[in-house]
Design a protein around this ligand. Structure first.
Ligand SMILES: Nc1ncnc2c1ncn2[C@@H]1O[C@H](COP(=O)(O)OP(=O)(O)OP(=O)(O)O)[C@@H](O)[C@H]1O
Ligand SMILES: [Mg+2]
Length: 243
C-alpha cells in the first residue's frame, strides 16, 4: 500500500506543554482517514502539523514522500498546492460571492484566463452538488450545508492530491450530514484523492471512513480499520461514544 502521509515519532508542544508525545501512523493513498480523540486531545494540532500551520517540536511529517518541515520555500509552496483544506466553519470571505470565493486560489496560483477560471469554478460548484445560480449568492445567504459545499469546492479548486477536513459535518442537521458524507465518498471515488478528516461524527466514521487513528493521553491509542477496531472492543457503539 502506498502511503500519502507518514508521521514518525512526532512531538508537538505549546510552550512547556506536550500535546503529542512520540506518535507514529500512516495514511494510505485513496483512503478516507479519520483523526479521532476526545476534546483537547490534539486533533486540530495534529492536522495543523500536516498543513504547515504548526511546526513539530520533534519527529517527521512526511507527505507524498517529503518531510514537509524541511522543504525550501519553493518546494514548500509546491507541496501546499497539493493540499486542499476545508476549515471547520467554511472560512468563506463574507464580502465575496460564492464564485469569487471559489476563484480566489485559481486567480492567485494559476495562469489560466479569466474565462477558464470562471468555467473551472462553476464546474467545481456543480461537482459539489450546487446549482449554478448559487454562484452569485453571498455567504450569509447560504445554509450551513451549502457553506460546507462551497468551502469544499474552494478546497478542491486546484485539484489537490490530499484533502483535509476539520469537523466537516459539525453544525449540519443529520440529513445534510449524511449527504455530505456521500459527497465525500463520491469525490474520493471520482478524483482518487486521499481525504483526512477530524470528526466527532460517529455516523461518518461508520459509513465512509476506511481507516482511523484515535488519540489519547498524548499517544496513538488505536490505528486501523473499523473492522479491526470492532474485533478489539466489546461494543463498538459504547466505545465510540466514549472517546
Ligand atoms: N495555540 C495554542 N496555544 C496553547 N495551547 C493550545 C493552542 N492550541 C491548542 N492548545 C491546547 O492544546 C490542546 C490540544 O488542542 P487541539 O485544539 O489540538 O485539540 P482538539 O482535539 O482539536 O480539541 P477539540 O475537539 O476541542 O477541537 C488543548 O489542550 C488546547 O487547549
Ligand atoms: Mg479541534
Amino acid at each position: 500500500m502506498e502511503s500519502v502521509v507518514e508521521i514518525s515519532h512526532l512531538k508537538t508542544t505549546y510552550g512547556a506543554r506536550v500535546i503529542h508525545d512520540d506518535i507514529s501512523f500512516r495514511i494510505f493513498k485513496g483512503d478516507i482517514f479519520a483523526l479521532l480523540g476526545g476534546s483537547g486531545s490534539g486533533k486540530s494540532t495534529l492536522l495543523n502539523t500536516m498543513i504547515f500551520l504548526k511546526e513539530p517540536a520533534g519527529g517527521e511529517v512526511k507527505i507524498l514522500g517529503k518531510n514537509i518541515w524541511k522543504l525550501n520555500p519553493k518546494d514548500s509552496l509546491d507541496m501546499k498546492l497539493n493540499l486542499g483544506v476545508l476549515f471547520q466553519f467554511g472560512a468563506l470571505f463574507s464580502s465575496l460571492n460564492v464564485l469569487d470565493n471559489i476563484m480566489l486560489t485559481l486567480r492567485e496560483y494559476t495562469h489560466f484566463s479569466p474565462k477558464d477560471i470562471q468555467d473551472l469554478a462553476l464546474m467545481w460548484l456543480m461537482r459539489v452538488g450546487l446549482e449554478k445560480e448559487v454562484a452569485n449568492l453571498y455567504p450569509n445567504e447560504l445554509s450551513g450545508g451549502m457553506v460546507k459545499r462551497v468551502g469544499l469546492a474552494r478546497a478542491l479548486a486546484l485539484s489537490p492530491k490530499i484533502l483535509f477536513l476539520d469537523e466537516p459535518t459539525s453544525g449540519l442537521d443529520p440529513k445534510s450530514a449524511r449527504h455530505f458524507d456521500a459527497l465525500i465518498a463520491q469525490l474520493r471515488d471520482l478524483l482518487g484523492i486521499s481525504i483526512i478528516m477530524v470528526t466527532h461524527d460517529m455516523e461518518s466514521v461508520k459509513s465512509v471512513v476506511d481507516r482511523m487513528m484515535i488519540l489519547k493521553d498524548k499517544k496513538v491509542f488505536f490505528e486501523g480499520s473499523l473492522a479491526h477496531l470492532k474485533a478489539q472492543v466489546e461494543s463498538l457503539d459504547t466505545f465510540l461514544e466514549h472517546i
